[in-house]
Design a protein around this ligand. Structure first.
Ligand code: FES
Ligand SMILES: [Fe+2]
Length: 272
């Protein structure tokens, strides 16, 4: 039987457990981060409109985006209860109103947690319980696959920033000129940060692989029409100027310069 007691008319239909090498802080950040839902989880959510938010949690209108299904709007409230290391996501209006998901966190170490999500759904006949429970488990498996990868990427970027050596290299040999593929580019580390070199026509462009918003990773994201989009919250950046094209007050960091010298590519620190 699951933990927690939801509203009396809702039936416990199943639970989902997962152990993850992330900290409690990363997990709480993720729970409070309503804005990532339609971007990182675009297979499940089409849009979100915030109604209220604070340290306590958030309330928002979400629109579903399940393949082959009509989009549906519903109001969800997430209430974080740090004292009991849990949060409760309640559907307040729309399809599934009255259902609650209670997620508890168990901390095994500084970067070793487990979560258990228990699903309570109203109006489910007993003979449908297993089917409905399996649907929720599948949904949560997919959402946590996406969340865990992003939380690990953010932690990595934070660690890299903290460990950054104050003595910076003057130059880095990136290898032969041919190593830059027009379509894929070349990813490299230089002075504690990750960068990508791409060739656009005859121009070599270097851009950060870390989003300035919350350190989301651009690894695997293509430059389209001179811009890159962060998969976490959807911010778009011009890779040449670094400007945020979606109007947020942040900018890509100044990239190293890369020049071809004697058939090799050399990265050097950009002038401040
Ligand atoms: S980390 Fe939020 S948009 Fe990139
Ligand atoms: Fe998420």
């Amino acid at each position: 039987m699951g933990i927690g007691v939801a509203s009396a008319s809702a039936l416990w239909v199943g639970s989902y457990q997962r152990r993850m090498p992330v900290s409690l802080d990363r997990m709480y950040e993720n729970a409070l981060d309503w804005a990532h839902l339609p971007f990182l989880h675009h297979g499940s959510f089409a849009s979100i409109e915030l109604l209220d938010a604070g340290d306590w949690g958030w309330r928002a209108t979400l629109v579903s985006a399940h393949r082959g299904a009509q989009p549906e709007a519903f109001v969800v409230q997430l209430s974080l209860d740090r004292k009991h290391r849990r949060w409760i996501s309640s559907t307040l209006e729309g399809p599934g109103a009255g259902s609650e998901i209670w997620t508890h966190v168990f901390e095994y170490g500084p970067r070793d947690i487990a979560i258990q999500a228990d699903f309570f759904v109203p109006g489910v006949a007993l003979d449908q319980k297993a089917r409905v429970g399996a649907g929720y488990q599948q949904l949560y498996q997919g959402l946590y696959d996406e969340d865990e990868a992003m939380m690990l990427g953010r932690q990595n970027a934070l660690d890299q920033g903290a460990a950054q050596n104050s003595v910076e290299s003057e130059a880095l040999d990136l290898g032969p000129f041919e190593s830059v593929q027009k379509t894929q580019g070349l990813d490299f580390d230089f002075n504690g940060q990750r960068w990508r070199l791409v060739a656009d026509q005859d121009e070599l462009i270097v851009h950060s692989l870390t989003c300035p918003h919350q350190l989301g990773s651009f690894v695997g994201e293509a430059v389209i029409d001179g811009a890159i989009t962060c998969p976490w919250h959807g911010y778009r950046f011009d890779v040449r100027s670094g400007d945020c094209l979606s109007g947020h007050p942040c900018k890509l960091p100044k990239a190293p310069r890369v020049m071809a010298r004697g058939g090799r590519l050399i990265a050097t620190q950009a002038a401040p």
